[in-house]
Structures are given as structure tokens and as C-alpha cells.
Design a protein around this ligand. Structure first.
Ligand code: CMP
Length: 409
């Protein structure tokens, strides 16, 4: 079994980014895990936050000069940044994988019509409105349109697309719960209408009125504006409240499970992309690899963060997908490990505390394998366990050698 060399499958996206435009596209993806991508997103969020804050503050009438002028300038700068961003995104649109078969123009038009393109456009529309506002009315009314920037926040929230996927995946149980909701609602509204219409003709005299009460009660909102007064009506009300809690609990359960499953699928894809960079996995077959990928978790660390501390109990081992760490050896001195290497295996194999501290020297993406999963995988895939053990033995001997060299004769 050979563990060295380039993996034969699934090159990471950044590897394909050969041209400058492709590299820019890669970094601008909202899901790009690279440090540059994350820095860009932090900057983008900061600009967005500053812009929104300026719009909110500008709406305060009591603001004394020179603050309105400063705030207007801030809004302009933010709008210009968004305009530039829009133009750059338009330029890189042909790199989008789903437009791979379109011509440059068609890819750009498609991107402009996409949710991301429309939100980008909405973000620069305020610039035009703001310009118009100054010229036509000289008022700041147009700046209120800048609040549309809030839509850009949505692009940073992967949970939105996850929610759409979850609703699509779970549409059958969601539809069943909604149908159940409507059935209970109609039954309760009809019963309340029949029982209460004589004593409260205004509130329960018609089915639509009774339905309002049923909706408020079924969703457990209970405004208390309409209340049944007959014994039968109250019994229906009680049952309806219990049914409401049950229906909401069912919906919560379906959505929560769907979210968890979807997140697990996404993490699987993320890990699959990263795992290709670790040579120790390169020689494994797809089936074996898929078993490991399901157990790995991605973790991003900025530079100079301690990942494991000497003497701590070892509960996991790490594979470096990209970046670099420094192993601070107990004898003094250090060893640098970079892309494709692993660490944290010694504590798991020897069931001893960590033998050294390990800290990132650059922003680093690690794949974490927890101890329980490591032991399970080691028992299934002896070749992998052996490769890890051989390296651990070599490291132990190296450390002993260093220790012996440092001990005075
Ligand atoms: P562990 O003891 O679990 O935690 C510290 C890790 O540092 C250790 O596992 C090894 O993975 C790593 N390590 C220790 N000594 C060396 C070495 N000489 N060269 C490279 N890595 C090392």
C-alpha cells in the first residue's frame, strides 16, 4: 500500500483555479474555506455593518452637523465598494460551475438574474436613488433604500440555502403536518361556531370569525380577544391548545432532524474535498474512504493558535488539509508539519497524555478524527492504522534521540 504521491481523485477547487479570474471567483465564493476567502468575507461583513449603521444613524433627525455629512460620505463609500464588488462578480460569473457550458455573456446574464445577482443589484440601486434624492429633493429619504443592504447579509448565511433544501427534502412530512393543521383548524372552528354562535354572534357568528379564534388558539398565541364562554366551547378550546402544541412539536422535530441531516451531508462534502489533500488517504478505495470521510470534521484555525497542549488527555488526532503547524517538542526545539501531514496520533496509540504542544504557524484547515472513531477505523483498515503507527514510532524514536543528545554525559 502506497500512501505517498498525489491523490488520484477529487482535486480541490482551488487547484483548478489556474487563471487570475478563476482565483478571484474561488475567493469570492461565500463558502470558500481558504484564509483569503475568510478574510474577504470578514471585510465584506464589516463594510456591510458600517454601511447599515450609517443608514440607521442618518435617520435620526436630531443629529447635529457635521455628523449627517460624515454619515452620507460613509454611505457613498460603502455603495461604491458594493458597486465595485458587483462589477467584479459580474466579471468572474463565467467561472461559476453551473454556467460552465454557457458563453461569457450568457453566464453573466444568468448570474444577473440569479438571487445573488439581484441582491447585488439591489445593493447598488440605493446609490442611484441616493444620487437622485440629492438632486431632486435634497433629502436623505433615498438613503433609507440602503437598508436593502440587509439582503446581502442573507448571502453570508448558508442556513438560508440549507433551509430551502430541508423544506424540499422534508416536503412530504411538512405537507402532512400542514394538512393535519388545516383539518384540526376546520373541525375546531366548525365546532366552536356551532356551540358559541348563539352567545357570541359577533365573534363566532360566521366560520371565518371562528377560524380566526381557532388559528390563534391552535398556534398557542392566545391573544384573548375572542374567548369561548360555553362549556362545550371551552372543551374544544382546551383540546385545540393541546393539538396546537402537538402540531408545533411535530413540525419542530421534522425541521430539526432535516437540518441536522443536511448539515451532516454538507460537512461530508466539505471533508471529501479536503481529504484529497492528505496523502495517507490517497491509496484508499472509494468505499473505505467514504467510511472515513463520514467520521472526519473540518476545523479552521487562524495562525498562532494552540491546537493540542502537552500533558492534556488526547481525545482526537488531526490531519492537515492546508496550512502549517509547529510541534513544540518537550526537549526544546520544534518540528514543522504542513499540508498532508498528521499529528495527535501518539496520545491515541499509547493512551497517554499529549507528548508535545502543537500550534498553528499559519491559518490552517484541519480534519479532526475523534478517538472513538480512530479506534473503530483502525480495526477496519489495518493498513491505515499501520501507516499511522509507523510514523508514531519514528517520531517517538526521534524524540528519544533528541532527548539523549541533550542529556549531559
Ligand atoms: P500527541 O502526543 O498525541 O500530541 C502531540 C503530537 O505532536 C504527537 O501526538 C505527534 O503527533 C506530534 N509529534 C511529537 N513528536 C514529534 C516529532 N518528533 N515530529 C513530528 N511530530 C511530532
Amino acid at each position: 500500500m502506497q500512501f505517498a504521491g498525489q491523490p488520484a481523485y477529487g482535486r480541490p477547487v482551488t487547484d483548478k483555479a489556474s487563471t487570475f479570474r478563476a482565483r478571484v471567483y474561488t475567493v469570492l465564493r461565500y463558502s470558500d474555506p481558504s484564509p483569503t476567502g475568510r478574510h474577504w468575507r470578514t471585510l465584506h461583513l464589516a463594510v456591510l455593518g458600517i454601511g447599515l449603521m450609517a443608514v440607521i444613524l442618518l435617520s435620526i433627525d436630531e443629529l447635529k452637523p457635521p455628523y449627517p455629512t460624515i454619515l452620507r460620505r460613509v454611505i457613498w463609500v460603502v455603495t461604491v465598494i458594493f458597486l465595485l464588488e458587483y462589477l467584479v462578480r459580474l466579471w468572474v460569473a463565467p467561472e461559476t460551475p453551473r454556467f460552465a457550458h454557457n458563453s461569457g455573456l450568457s453566464a453573466r446574464l444568468n448570474w444577473m438574474a440569479s438571487i445573488e445577482g439581484l441582491i447585488g443589484l439591489l445593493a447598488i440601486v440605493p446609490a442611484i436613488m441616493l444620487g437622485g434624492g440629492y438632486i431632486i429633493t435634497g433629502a436623505d429619504t433615498a438613503s433609507v433604500f440602503c437598508i436593502l443592504w440587509i439582503m446581502k447579509f442573507g448571502l453570508h448565511a448558508p442556513a438560508f440555502s440549507t433551509l430551502a433544501r430541508v423544506i424540499s427534502n422534508e416536503r412530504a412530512p411538512i405537507a402532512s403536518i400542514l394538512i393535519l393543521f388545516v383539518i384540526v383548524l376546520m373541525l375546531a372552528a366548525t365546532a366552536a361556531h356551532m356551540l358559541e354562535r348563539v352567545s357570541q354572534p359577533k365573534e363566532f357568528g360566521s366560520l371565518p370569525n371562528a377560524m380566526w379564534w381557532a388559528v390563534v388558539t391552535l398556534t398557542t398565541t392566545g391573544y384573548g380577544d375572542v374567548v369561548p364562554t360555553t362549556v362545550g366551547g371551552r372543551m374544544i378550546g382546551s383540546l385545540l391548545m393541546i393539538a396546537g402544541i402537538t402540531v408545533l412539536a411535530l413540525m419542530t422535530g421534522v425541521l430539526a432532524t432535516g437540518f441536522a441531516q443536511e448539515e451532516r451531508r454538507r460537512e461530508y462534502l466539505r471533508v471529501w474535498e479536503q481529504v484529497a489533500r492528505v496523502p495517507i488517504f490517497a491509496a484508499l478505495g472509494v468505499v473505505t474512504l467514504s467510511e472515513i470521510v463520514g467520521k472526519l470534521r473540518t476545523r479552521y484555525y487562524p495562525a498562532r493558535v494552540t491546537v493540542v497542549r502537552r500533558g492534556d488527555p488526547g481525545d482526537s488526532m488531526f490531519f492537515i488539509s492546508s496550512g502549517e503547524v509547529e510541534v513544540r517538542l518537550p526537549t526544546g526545539g520544534s518540528v514543522k508539519l504542513s499540508d498532508g501531514a498528521f499529528f495527535g496520533e501518539m496520545a491515541l496509540l499509547e493512551r497517554q497524555p499529549r507528548s508535545a504542544s502543537v500550534a498553528t504557524s499559519r491559518p490552517t484547515t484541519l480534519l479532526v478524527l475523534y478517538a472513538s472513531d480512530f479506534y473503530e477505523i483502525a480495526s477496519h483498515i489495518p493498513a491505515l492504522a499501520e501507516a499511522v503507527e509507523v510514523e508514531a514510532r519514528r517520531r517517538r524514536e526521534e524524540n528519544l534521540g533528541r532527548q539523549a543528545a541533550e542529556t549531559p554525559q
